[in-house]
Design a protein around this ligand. Structure first.
Ligand SMILES: NC(=O)c1ccc[n+]([C@@H]2O[C@H](COP(=O)([O-])OP(=O)(O)OC[C@H]3O[C@@H](n4cnc5c(N)ncnc54)[C@H](O)[C@@H]3O)[C@@H](O)[C@H]2O)c1
Length: 430
């Protein structure tokens, strides 16, 4: 088959629609293996950055973007004229929830329509964006098939969940197995072949696109539920006057049957808070109430308020109210090692602090500025006077390279939600 041949000899042209945290690393990985990649991005600032050879994703270096742009392997486009030339296209656009809690399929629908408008016979389309079960088969397939096009003849379609873990230094695209489920068997085979070019043996085919969609939702529900369990354990230990971190590290010495997860100020990012909700939403349309998943979301969602309560209790020791106190938030990204602060629990904590009329400042080496409640906040350099001046420092994200010893020594009070700060008389841990 023509596409087989082109994938194997690397002459297949790869398209990536949506060059965000998922799409850009994937595009770079295909370039690294010698494929020509056309990337499509509608965000002007992102497009401008790529055209200037600059990366905005932590795990992708600007050097790679510049190198692959210069040698002609990577081209970033704001328009879609060249899309008809792509033999295999990976869709990596965002799939957010609406404020009402319903999945917003508008970006992925638009991407599917673009692929139909700029069709190419025999093309492989792979959806990487996280979706609820059935989207690939029941939503994307009919769009691609409009006008009498046939799956298996005119196009192939598969779903393969992205497993990007921003900031993870051990696992990236090239060494993380990839699950692939096609809309038919030939689509599974072709998509597996495409990924084999960047992953070698590490492709895991499953029987359907729906199974592959649920694999992703299981993985992230697993994380959400286990994080909720340790968050509840943190609340339990606090009531019992115990140190949850000591309990966890002792439990983690069990060599079987236990896997440590860590508590914190809540969950964030574009995946773990959202994906279980996608599954829960779908299941409610089938009259099934997923209780475990909902409970985990509720517990994780209550953690920012708990952090604020604990900060207030610390201030109380100094006879200070939240109102008017200066709170220094350390870390606003949703996890260590990334600049991504989407859905970050730090924002919820800061919002609650501001509502209580506290004065809020922050330091985050990865996030130079952010918008919160209509205000523009800028990261402050972590100096001795900053630490001494704050009534309480709250460690919400434990980035490497922050001097937590200094934080412990100079701060008036520290609330440490990440167990990053050395213990001390003025340090209180979650
Ligand atoms: N970020 C992660 O760690 C992660 C991990 C696994 C899965 N996912 C899933 O992958 C998907 C993408 O996530 P992300 O974090 O990369 O999102 P992102 O918002 O960083 O990137 C999506 C990009 O797609 C672009 N886009 C939207 N519509 C477009 C169109 N019609 N044409 C071209 N570009 C378009 C947007 O401008 C944006 O830059 C989501 O479904 C997410 O849930 C994300």
């Amino acid at each position: 088959m023509e596409l087989d041949r082109r994938l194997k000899n690397k002459s297949a042209r790869i398209g990536v629609v949506g060059l965000g945290y998922v799409g850009l690393p994937l595009a770079m990985e295909f370039c690294r293996k010698g494929f020509r990649v056309d990337g499509y991005e509608i965000s002007r600032p992102r497009l401008a950055a790529l055209k200037a050879g600059r990366s905005y994703v932590d795990d992708v270096s600007s050097a790679d973007v510049a190198r692959f742009s210069k040698n002609g392997l990577f081209r970033a486009h704001g328009g879609f004229d060249t899309l008809a030339g792509c033999d295999a296209v990976f869709v990596c656009v965002q799939t957010p929830l609406r404020k009402t809690g319903e999945p917003n399929l508008a970006p992925i629908t638009e991407a599917a329509k673009l692929l139909r408008r700029h069709a190419r016979k025999g093309r492989l389309v792979v959806i990487e964006s996280t979706v609820f079960p059935g989207v690939t088969q029941d939503w994307i397939l009919p769009i691609l098939a409009e006008g009498g096009r046939k799956l298996g003849r005119d196009f192939f379609l598969a779903f393969s969940p992205e497993r990007v873990d921003p900031g993870n230094r051990s696992y990236g695209i090239a060494n993380t197995p990839k699950v692939v489920g096609g809309a038919d068997a030939e689509s599974t085979r072709l998509a597996s072949l495409a990924y084999a070019q960047i992953l070698g043996e590490k492709v895991v085919p499953v029987s359907s696109s729906r199974a592959a969609e649920v694999v992703k939702l299981l993985e992230n529900s697993f994380r959400s539920v286990n994080i909720a369990l340790v968050n509840e354990m943190a609340l339990i230990c606090h009531r019992l006057g115990l140190d949850v971190w000591e309990v966890l590290s002792a439990a983690a010495t069990k060599p079987f049957g236990f896997m440590p997860f860590y508590p914190g100020p809540g969950i964030g990012g574009h995946c773990i808070p959202k994906d279980p909700k996608l599954l829960a939403w779908k299941m409610r349309t089938l009259n099934f109430e997923p209780r475990f998943i909902e409970l985990a979301s509720a517990i994780n969602g209550s953690m920012p308020a708990h952090v604020v309560e604990r900060v207030a209790a610390l201030l109380n020791k100094d006879k200070k109210p939240l109102n008017g106190s200066l709170i220094l938030v350390l870390g606003v990204a949703y996890k260590a090692g990334t600049a991504d602060y989407r859905e970050s629990p730090s924002l919820d904590v800061m919002h609650l602090l501001l509502e209580a009329k506290a004065r809020v400042i922050y330091h985050d080496p990865h996030v130079p500025s952010l918008r919160l409640d209509g205000r523009l906040l800028k990261s402050k350099p972590l100096t001795a006077s900053l630490l001494r001046g704050a009534d309480c420092a709250a460690v919400l994200t434990a980035h490497r390279g922050v001097d937590y010893g200094l934080v412990a020594r100079l701060s008036r009070r520290v609330f440490d939600a990440r167990n990053a700060v050395p213990s001390g008389p003025r340090v209180e841990k979650l």
